[in-house]
Design a protein around this ligand. Structure first.
Ligand SMILES: Cc1cc2nc3c(=O)[nH]c(=O)nc-3n(C[C@H](O)[C@H](O)[C@H](O)COP(=O)(O)OP(=O)(O)OC[C@H]3O[C@@H](n4cnc5c(N)ncnc54)[C@H](O)[C@@H]3O)c2cc1C
Ligand code: SF4
Length: 335
């Protein structure tokens, strides 16, 4: 399928890119690796006169690690960079698990970290060709006034399906956002609107320039587990990320962060994970956290592969497994 006509612009600085995105507003969109955006343009799901390619901006693909700052990932660093850089593998193995689970190696070489965070929400009734769409009335996400997934809904329930967002949320990541007036830093969770049609809170002129993750404290361990139909190419039908920190004697939990993907319109940071803090990881405390995560997962019937009831049921099972794996990783780190 052919791409529609558009004007390609490759600004040389963050300021220039931000000014162009602000000036053209809804007529322009940021282009990173293009592995999601170009497919959506070909399918006529997005219509833009201007593509603002971020590739020519210097140093946007750098990944640096230092103590005490931790990890800084340039927005244009690829998922493959995360997988291959030794300091990332050593200090943030859960993030590497998430990056390795994305699509295929080809997708990982093209796909950037910021592109993965800003992935458009997905829905069986949306991610289709123009011919498929021609046969039915447009739904909310395509400018219409109906929803085929949740009948009678006045809003869109398209699902956020990125793999690295839950891992980064569990690692306490922040993002730097450029805008014409300068740059601001915010917690990653503030990037997500929870609106299936417009999944991020970014306004015209704003784009991510880097992602930062704090230095992992001693005794930290994590795990990312992904439910999908096949072990390659597939988007998640559920993803769970857990990051735990045990104290020196490894008997009590000093910190716990848990996030989910593919079961809501945005990745969900489970605040109740904090209940695991300050005590021994016992079955009762874990059961409460599993229950809280289960209650916050609202999968709907818009991703091919497995029914929503099964995906919801799997939240507790995958999370219990991930907590166990994170615990083992934290115990190994503490040795
Ligand atoms: C076959 C296939 C399988 C896939 N499987 C998976 C999978 O399993 N898991 C998964 O998570 N993804 C998957 N993807 C989706 C996609 O390839 C990845 O999410 C990839 O990381 C997207 O990054 P990109 O750089 O290509 O983004 P692009 O396609 O360039 O952009 C994606 C979106 O992000 C916006 N964007 C890009 N950079 C910025 C920025 N710096 N600031 C603000 N907005 C920005 C763009 O405007 C666009 O809206 C798959 C794609 C394909 C084609
Ligand atoms: S959730 Fe509903 S409105 Fe949103 S893309 Fe799917 S069918 Fe369309």
């Amino acid at each position: 399928m052919k791409l529609p006509k558009f004007k390609y612009i490759a600004p040389k600085s963050v300021k220039e890119a931000s000014s162009l995105l602000k000036e053209y507003g809804d007529r322009a969109i940021a282009l990173a690796g293009g592995s999601d955006l170009l497919v959506n343009l070909k399918n006529r799901l997005k219509n833009r006169e201007f593509l603002i390619d971020l590739k020519a901006i210097p140093r946007m693909d750098r990944v640096t690690f230092s103590e005490p700052e931790g990890l800084t990932i340039g927005a244009m660093a690829t998922l493959r960079d995360l997988i291959e850089i030794a300091t990332v593998r050593e200090n943030y193995p859960m993030l590497v698990q998430a990056a390795e689970s994305v699509g295929t190696p080809q997708v990982q070489y093209m796909g950037t970290v910021a592109g993965n965070l800003c992935l458009d929400n997905r829905c069986y009734y949306y991610n289709q060709s123009p011919w498929w769409h021609a046969g039915r009335e447009a739904c909310w996400k395509l400018g219409g006034r109906t929803c085929y997934t949740v009948r009678g809904s006045k809003t869109c329930w398209a699902t956020y399906c990125g793999d690295t967002a839950p891992a980064l949320l569990a690692l306490g990541a922040k993002i730097k956002v450029a805008e014409p007036a300068g740059e601001k830093t915010m917690p990653l969770q503030e990037l997500y609107s929870g609106d299936g049609e417009n999944p991020t809170t970014l306004k015209a002129g704003q784009f991510i320039t880097e992602i930062t993750i704090p230095l992992p404290a001693g005794g930290s361990g994590g795990a990312y587990l992904k439910l999908r139909r096949r072990q390659a190419i597939n988007f998640p039908l559920l993803g769970v990320a857990v990051n735990l920190r045990l104290n020196g004697k490894r008997s009590t939990c000093e910190d716990a962060r848990i996030a989910l993907t593919a079961v809501e319109r945005k990745p969900i940071l489970i605040e109740e994970a904090l209940m695991l803090k300050g005590g021994k990881l016992n079955e009762a405390a874990i059961a409460e956290v599993l229950e809280a995560a289960h209650n916050q997962a609202h999968p709907v019937d818009n991703l091919s592969g497995l029914p929503p009831s099964y995906r919801k049921k799997m939240v507790k099972i995958y999370l219990a497994k991930a907590i166990n794996q994170a615990l083992q990783a934290a115990q190994r780190k503490g040795k």
